[in-house]
Design a protein around this ligand. Structure first.
Ligand code: NAD
Length: 267
């Protein structure tokens, strides 16, 4: 029996899903158990990812894949609308979820943690798998102790479904844990055009820029007396997330419960 980790990839036909297929097929410690996509058609998963045939055809039947492919881990990069149901079903079948899809609410994460605990399996929801973005969050939380006035600006492609990005929400949460709540700006401020000041979170603002040609960037701008500090991260390509996805796949085999945030694996 192989000791490779058997991975089910959901959203296999998507931009992230294809990278995950490549990762799994090219890594000696991983094995592709199933590839699921609701609209990719029945095509060989290797071919779909631009590699040689691998003998695993993409299916649209997610539950059958969970029931019959003997998967250890589900990697899901689908849509905010389907990821919660996918994760619940995977946990029901004892398949450990590694979720890159963004848009989960805190209540959903709590519920999924309970489901993982009840099943005695590990899970991970990571709004961002890139080490640079995680370091940005950590540095921003540290800086917020000294610079409590800040705004977050995130940039993504114009077809992104959720706003603000999962990374921006996670950054805001980590900053808020380190910073006393403080309502910034002029209390008499009025928006002449609705939304101009961005989304309100714990006293500060988050701005979501959506433009064609943009991949994924985030900036936290801090303002102090006579100075400002900017911390910025730029992602250029999807392959940059894959070392983090692999670490997530390995880690969920080792603990019980749902971990939210890849930063928990980085000292
Ligand atoms: P995409 O639109 O290219 O791909 C999504 C794929 O999921 C599509 O092929 C679609 O057919 C498929 N799909 C949708 N619903 C499905 C379902 N119920 N079952 C199976 N397949 C289904 O999107 P993308 O750019 O690959 O991004 C996917 C998600 O990943 C988004 O939420 C995005 O924000 C997130 N993302 C996360 C990270 C991270 O580091 N965590 C990085 C990039 C993108």
């Amino acid at each position: 029996m192989s000791d490779k980790i058997r991975v089910i990839v959901s959203g296999a036909g998507g931009r992230m899903g294809k990278e995950v297929i490549k990762l799994v097929l090219q890594d000696d410690e991983l094995e592709l158990a199933a590839a699921v996509d609701r609209s990719a058609g029945s095509i060989d998963a290797g071919r779909l990812a631009g590699l040689e045939e691998c003998g695993v055809n993409v299916t649209s039947d997610f539950e059958a894949a969970l029931a019959h492919s003997n998967g250890d881990v589900l990697v899901d990069f689908t849509t905010p609308q389907s990821a919660f149901a996918n994760t619940t079903l995977a946990i029901k079948y004892g398949v450990r979820p590694v979720i890159g899809t963004t848009g989960f609410t805190p209540e959903q994460i709590k519920e999924l943690d309970k489901q993982c605990q009840d099943q005695g399996i590990g899970g991970l929801i990571a709004p961002n798998f890139s080490i640079g973005a995680i370091l940005l969050m950590k540095f921003a939380a540290q800086a917020a102790k000294y610079f409590p006035h800040l705004e977050i600006i995130e940039y993504h492609g114009d077809q992104k479904l959720d706003a603000p990005s999962g990374t921006a929400i996670k950054t805001a949460e980590m900053i808020s844990e380190a910073r006393e709540e403080l309502r910034q700006g002029n209390p008499q401020e009025e928006e002449i055009i609705e939304g101009s000041r961005g989304g309100y979170y714990n006293g500060f603002r988050i701005h979501s820029v959506r433009l064609p040609g943009v991949f994924a960037q985030e900036e936290v701008v801090f303002g102090g007396f006579g100075q400002s500090l900017k911390i910025r991260h730029d992602s250029y390509e999807r392959a940059g997330y894959m070392p983090g996805v692999k670490l997530g796949i390995q880690k969920v085999m080792e603990y019980t419960g749902m971990i939210y945030g890849f930063e928990h694996f980085i000292e």
